[in-house]
Design a protein around this ligand. Structure first.
Ligand SMILES: [Zn+2]
Length: 227
C-alpha cells in the first residue's frame, strides 16, 4: 500500500476542511526544492501531497488519515460545477503537486499516473465527493483567469480519468496556456538546464513567465467576451 513520507510544513491552517475537490498542480522545480519551499514559512505555500517523478509520495499538509486540513495551494480561485459556485478552493480541496519543471512542456511519468490511481483510490475512501470524476480539477481550471497554467498541456487527463474513474465519462479539462506560448517554451527547453540548482532557478522563473503569458491571454479572452 502506498503511504506517504511525512514532511512537517507550517504552511496551512490547522483546521479541518470539507473536501469536495482534488486539485492537480505541477511544481516547476525538483522534489528537494519543492519540499524546501513548502517548509519555508516565508513562502506561505504548500500542497497536501507532493508526487515525485518516480512515484514517491510526500505529505506536507495532513489529509491522508481522513481529516484534511486547510492547505495553501489554490489561492484566489473559483469553480462552477454546474450546480453551485465555489470560491477559495483552499477551503474545499486537497492539492497534489506533481514534480515536473513545466507540465506544458515535459510529460508526466508512468510512475506518477500509477501513483495517482492509488492516491485517488485511497482518498475516495475518506472523502466521498472524490468518488466522482467531476471532483478532480487542474489549478488552471480554477485559477486560469490569473494565469495559473498547471498541470498543463502534457497532463493526460483522458488517461488519468480512464485509470481513476473507468466507469464514468471523462469531464473536459482544457489547458489554458496559449499554444504559441507552449511552443515557444518547448523551444526554450531545448537549451535549458535540466538538473541541479541552475535548473530549479531557471524553471521557477519560466513558471512565472508562463503564468504571465497565460494571464494576459485570459484577460484578452475576457475583454473579447461581450462581442
Ligand atoms: Zn498550481
Amino acid at each position: 500500500m502506498l503511504a506517504p513520507h511525512r514532511i512537517a510544513s507550517p504552511n496551512y491552517d490547522p483546521r479541518p476542511i470539507d473536501v469536495r475537490f482534488l486539485v492537480l498542480h505541477y511544481t516547476a522545480v525538483d522534489l528537494a526544492r519543492t519540499l524546501e519551499i513548502f517548509t519555508d514559512p516565508a513562502r506561505k505555500v504548500a500542497a497536501h501531497l507532493v508526487l515525485d517523478m518516480d512515484g514517491a509520495l510526500y505529505e506536507c499538509v495532513p489529509c491522508w488519515d481522513g481529516a484534511a486540513q486547510r492547505g495553501w495551494h489554490a489561492g484566489v480561485s473559483h469553480w462552477h460545477d454546474g450546480v453551485a459556485q465555489w470560491e477559495a478552493l483552499n477551503d474545499w480541496s486537497i492539492g497534489i503537486e506533481m514534480v515536473n519543471f513545466n507540465g506544458n512542456i515535459f510529460p508526466f511519468t508512468d510512475a506518477q499516473y500509477t501513483a495517482l490511481a492509488a492516491i485517488v483510490d485511497h482518498l475516495r475512501q475518506h472523502y466521498p465527493a472524490l468518488r466522482h470524476a467531476e471532483a478532480v480539477l487542474g489549478h488552471e481550471q480554477i485559477a486560469g483567469f490569473r494565469g495559473k497554467a498547471d498541470p498543463g498541456w502534457q497532463f493526460d487527463w483522458p488517461r488519468f480519468f480512464a485509470m481513476c474513474y473507468p466507469n464514468q465519462p471523462a469531464p473536459p479539462r482544457q489547458p489554458v496556456c496559449p499554444l504559441t506560448v507552449r511552443d515557444a517554451l518547448t523551444r526554450l527547453a531545448e537549451v535549458a538546464p535540466t538538473a541541479g540548482i541552475a535548473a530549479n532557478a531557471f524553471w521557477e522563473r519560466v513558471s512565472l513567465l508562463t503564468e504571465a503569458a497565460a494571464g494576459i491571454a485570459a484577460q484578452g479572452d475576457r475583454t473579447r467576451l461581450p462581442t
